[in-house]
Design a protein around this ligand. Structure first.
Ligand SMILES: Cc1ncc(COP(=O)(O)O)c(C=O)c1O
Length: 403
């Protein structure tokens, strides 16, 4: 059948690419060069020879290097069952279920535990995988402005008599802002309003808490936490993610989470990689201390130069630059100075808040941070007369409410 060229998918795709290019929003793949400021390998384990050796040993002793199917078919193995128990123990949870990625974990978890007549309260800056999981569930969603407890409380109150269950969804450390969710207060509200809570610990695992257990494990009362999600591709320098929850919820996910059921399990040697990474993470207090120090000194240097970056002490430091063009220009200058920094633009972040998301790792030295601060100050000199918007004003709370 003849297809009118103007209505064809190809024509539409070409037009949309053109529009992205015109708006300086076209993303392309490239390979970071220089000191990497866009990596989530917070503890530098991705290039650690001990972790490499652990993977080689696991491969050498592994009967098979592929799982051959979903965990419900041929893909299960002793390695996966053992690492799930070990990880659950590590974060003081009853059970853990491993998914092949953090994205798969979040969409599988949210789309299976929620039903259309439930109400889900989601922070406006939650990660896309949480957003997509909520969308798939078809639950009624209320997007609360980033970390806005008053709004959340009001929304919970207004929905006190809504049919269905209530669920609050948040990250513990937000991936784009690098700030912390007010978890104690959220749990308090959950108690008062009979809601449950799901927390994504992607950027806290390995970085925060005793031996890098993240934030949830040390909360005094976790009774309202339905599940916490721990992606392993960041500080653990591995891949996949654990959903930590009760044994009953694990059973439920094995039976309902489509991204778990209908996807090939990761190869069993990855379980050994995760185990080896976990041991290194637990013993990495020195790396965590160094990471904290360099994060504080970069924030201090940028703030002293009049640049606006988030306060706090996480290794994710957003430098809001406003327009796409400014962010691209500063990123290019930093690349020329030997730093691999990426401009993050809408739709990943709200319009008008294009930024550099500087993400530090323990591989970066104090001297590197000093040079980086100087390079940023030089690269942003063109903005001095028109100061960058403050983080508070630049980030419209509902702008990610594309949810
Ligand atoms: C908060 C958060 N959750 C989930 C994910 C997805 O994890 P993965 O990369 O393993 O799919 C990411 C990754 O960027 C993330 O930042």
């Amino acid at each position: 059948m003849a297809v009118s060229p103007d209505n064809s998918l190809r024509a539409r795709i070409d037009a949309e690419l053109h529009a992205l290019r015109e708006a300086s929003q076209l993303r392309s793949l490239d390979i970071p060069r220089g000191i990497n400021l866009c990596s989530n390998d917070y503890l530098g384990l991705a290039s650690d020879p001990r972790l490499k050796q652990a993977v080689l040993d696991a491969l050498a002793s592994s009967a098979r290097i592929a799982s051959g199917g979903s965990r419900l078919l041929s893909g299960n193995s002793r390695e996966w069952e053992a690492i799930e128990s070990e990880f659950a123990h590590f974060v003081a949870a009853e059970s853990a279920l491993y998914f092949s990625s953090g994205y798969a974990a979040n969409i599988g978890l949210l789309s299976s535990v929620l039903q259309p007549n439930d109400v889900v309260f989601s922070d406006a800056l939650n990660h896309a995988s949480l957003i997509d999981g909520i969308r798939l569930s078809r639950a009624r969603k209320i997007i609360y402005p980033h970390r806005d407890l008053q709004f959340l409380e009001r929304a919970l109150h207004e929905n006190a008599n809504a049919p269905g269950a209530k669920l609050i969804v948040t990250e513990s450390i937000f991936s784009m802002e690098g700030d912390l969710a007010p978890l104690d207060e959220i749990l308090h509200l959950a108690h008062r309003h009979s809601a449950e809570v799901i927390v994504d610990e992607a950027h806290a695992l390995g970085v925060r808490g005793h031996e890098g257990r993240g934030i949830v494990a040390s909360l005094p009362d976790r009774s309202r936490i339905l599940a916490a999600v721990y992606p392993c591709g960041k500080a653990l320098a591995s891949c996949g993610a654990f959903v930590c929850c009760s044994a009953a919820i694990k059973d439920y996910l094995v039976n309902h989470a489509r991204s778990f059921i209908f996807s090939t399990a990761n190869p069993p040697y990855i379980a050994d990689q995760v185990r080896a990474a976990l041991a290194l993470v637990r013993a990495a207090d020195d790396r965590r201390a160094h990471l904290r120090q360099i994060s504080a000194s970069l924030r201090a240097a940028l703030t002293a130069a009049g640049l606006r970056c988030s306060s706090g002490d996480t290794p994710i430091i957003p430098l809001i630059l406003g327009s796409n063009e400014s962010a691209l220009r500063v990123a290019a200058d930093l690349q020329s100075a030997g730093f691999a920094a990426k401009a993050i633009r809408p739709p990943t972040v709200p319009p008008g808040t294009a930024r550099l998301r500087l993400s530090l790792t323990s591989e970066i030295s104090h001297e590197d941070v000093h040079r980086l601060a100087q390079a940023i100050i030089a690269a942003t000199s063109f903005l001095r007369d028109a100061p960058s918007p403050s983080l508070a004003h630049a980030v419209h709370p509902l702008a990610r409410g594309s949810v």
